[in-house]
Design a protein around this ligand. Structure first.
Ligand SMILES: NC(=O)c1ccc[n+]([C@@H]2O[C@H](COP(=O)([O-])OP(=O)(O)OC[C@H]3O[C@@H](n4cnc5c(N)ncnc54)[C@H](OP(=O)(O)O)[C@@H]3O)[C@@H](O)[C@H]2O)c1
Length: 235
């Protein structure tokens, strides 16, 4: 099994300068993005360790509202050992958390808000913020980026102004599609699970027209359970 230390090594950031957007996804070998409605059911022990390693390296973790609603996403924090790793590199103890929701269809008592160790950021449109931001007063920071659609490049600029340049995006497929379409993805960390699940579940990129974006394969790690961990980087 790859150790946590080996994963830190293989997934080391290619420099901390400048904005970098790294995606992390798990997929079955036949391309399914969920099993039984959840991504976690596809993963294994190394995948969970890798998720912690990638979170530890990030300034902010961003997810789409669909993932928050489907997965009951929340309580996100890195372990004490990883806090030490971050402190040694001058990072805040815990990464920030941001959720993208064009319509602000989020519950102010959702786990990602009430269990958060840092005040979460909700990224939305100017229109939704003007109409509904008050529901999140004192529990989250509502960041308006874009008139009628969330402008993801503006969101990343706003992150950078907070000092959040290493961005880890944990999905879901529609947010990945939108980031890819806007040419904002620098890296994709894909766990391929040794499972064939069929069914109707979608793929890791959804909601955008077909295109052919080439990434380079940077590394491949495997574990004893038959998982492959692929790191792709944008040219
Ligand atoms: N296999 C994996 O690694 C993995 C990872 C993550 C999620 N998933 C799975 O994926 C499923 C959810 O898929 P999904 O595609 O609905 O997730 P998603 O991309 O997290 O959520 C889509 C929602 O996020 C908001 N959003 C995303 N991009 C936006 C943009 N450019 N502008 C404005 N709003 C944007 C919108 O929220 P509003 O509707 O609030 O406006 C949209 O409805 C779940 O079953 C989850 O388990 C799998």
């Amino acid at each position: 099994m790859p150790t946590r230390a080996e994963l830190f090594d293989v997934y080391a950031l290619h420099g901390r300068d400048g904005l970098r957007v790294r995606m992390n996804f798990v997929s079955s070998a036949d391309g399914a993005v969920t099993l039984d409605g959840r991504s976690g059911a596809l993963g294994g022990d190394t995948d969970r360790t890798l998720m912690q390693v990638l979170r530890t390296m990030a300034d902010v973790i961003v997810v789409g509202a669909g993932t928050v609603r489907a997965e009951g996403y929340g309580g996100l924090r890195v372990d004490p050992d990883d806090v030490e790793w971050r402190r040694a590199r001058g990072l805040d103890d815990q990464p920030g958390i941001a959720v993208v929701s064009g319509g602000l269809h989020l519950d102010p008592t959702a786990a990602f808000i009430i269990d958060a160790v840092r005040t979460p950021v909700i990224v939305t449109t100017d229109a939704a913020a003007a109409a509904d931001a008050g529901r999140f007063d004192s529990v989250a920071t509502v960041m308006a980026c874009g008139e009628d659609d969330v402008d993801l490049a503006a969101m990343l600029d706003a992150f950078a102004r907070r000092g959040w340049t290493q961005v880890l995006c944990e999905g879901g497929p529609h947010l990945f599609g939108a980031l890819l379409e806007a040419d904002l993805v620098d890296e994709v960390c894909l766990t391929l699970a040794p499972r064939f699940v069929g069914g109707e579940t979608g793929r890791i990129v959804q909601g955008v027209a077909e295109s052919d974006r080439r990434f380079s394969l940077d590394s491949v790690v495997t574990d004893d359970e038959g998982f492959a961990f692929l790191r792709y980087v944008a040219p």
